[in-house]
Design a binder for this molecule. Structure first.
Ligand code: ADP
Ligand code: MG
Length: 325
């Protein structure tokens, strides 16, 4: 079982940032309004995610760290709307680290805690804690030294973690996120309204307030596929594409087709080595896109890639033209 989980971890858990993604998604699935992330050593020595979500009932705590146990398959609607559904993340993480999960529901009289050390699951113990869930991961990959060797610098792992939080934060403006590291740097995104105004505020929090000031609103639709968001004016470009944020049905994605469409849209406006800054949201019938091509990859597969590309290129070019660029 531990070996199976370690193999699964090899697929899903590439680096500390992948752990953060899984834990934060679990917090959001639990309806959290506040998510606190703390890290040390680029996330390799410590990762802690605290949420104020609905928590896990005491009797389900051992299940949460067991393979293929998920509370999210019970009804189809919930399965589509929640981020995780494989029941693989916690057992995978626990098989390659020292994991502690502490959780309390509103109804329970106390919180309970369980530990998983290199795949070895300990007993459930009552502890004191507020409602919600805390997952602490120490010594990530200590149980798989070969994987540990592939880690980049502490700094590179830390910035990958920040990037994951930023990408998720843009999709949940009404959730407060805070991220602290050992270097005393901290990032905080205060909760804002779950409407267009709030989204614009969150975009400013995440991408800097200069971005909305130097961006054009995008709003287009083609054959039932909607595209909205903001794209920078050509003079507000970057030397890399890290500040291109894209979402499909509310999920952060990193997709070649979308990146290529953005590049195509700015082809005449930007030199090859410059990149636009974007926050783009695609909304389409879930039947027309597979967002779960690979558990750890943010690639998506569109039923009609040409249509999506045409929509993005057309909408950005049109917006640039309208604003006289
Ligand atoms: P999945 O998210 O695919 O269901 P995970 O391994 O990530 O699988 O989590 C297993 C289960 O543990 C979840 O289905 C959920 O019931 C519970 N769980 C994990 N994290 C949390 C959390 N932060 N708050 C509430 N429940 C959680
Ligand atoms: Mg999950």
């Amino acid at each position: 079982e531990t070996v199976i989980n370690q193999i699964a971890a090899g697929e899903v858990i590439e680096r500390p940032a992948s752990v953060v993604k899984e834990l934060v998604e679990n917090a959001l699935d639990a309806g959290a309004t506040r998510v606190e992330i703390a890290t040390a050593g680029g996330g390799l020595s410590l990762l802690r995610v605290i949420d104020d979500g609905h928590g896990i009932p005491p009797d389900e705590i051992p299940l949460a760290v067991s393979r293929h146990c998920t509370s999210k398959l019970s009804d189809d609607i919930h399965a589509i709307h929640s981020l995780g559904f494989r029941g693989e993340a916690l057992p995978s993480i626990g098989s390659v680290s020292r994991l502690t999960l502490r959780s309390r529901t509103a109804e329970a009289d106390s919180a309970n805690e369980i530990t998983v050390d290199g795949g070895k699951v300990g007993p459930v113990r009552p502890v004191a804690a507020n409602r919600g869930t805390t997952v602490e991961v120490r010594d990530l990959f200590y149980a798989t030294p070969a994987r540990l060797k592939f880690m980049k610098s502490e700094r590179a792992e830390s910035s990958a973690i920040t990037d994951v939080i930023k990408r998720i934060a843009l999709a949940y403006p009404d959730v407060r996120f805070s991220l602290t590291g050992t270097d005393r740097s901290s990032t905080e995104f205060a909760a804002v309204a779950p409407d267009g105004e709030g989204l614009l505020q969150r975009i400013a929090q995440v991408l800097g307030k200069e971005f909305p000031e130097n961006a054009i609103p995008i709003d287009a639709e083609r054959e039932g596929i909607a595209l909205s968001g903001y794209a920078s004016i050509p003079s507000f470009s970057r030397g890399n594409a890290l500040n291109q944020f894209a979402y499909v049905n509310g999920r952060p994605v990193r997709d070649k087709l979308i990146a290529g469409a953005i590049r195509g849209a700015y082809m005449d406006a930007l030199p090859r080595d410059r990149h636009a800054v974007t926050a783009l949201f695609l909304t389409l019938d879930p039947e027309l896109v597979d967002v779960n091509v690979h558990p750890a990859k943010a690639d998506v597969r569109f039923r009609d890639p040409g249509l999506v590309r045409g929509l993005i290129v057309g909408a950005i070019r049109h917006a640039l033209e309208m604003s006289g660029m």
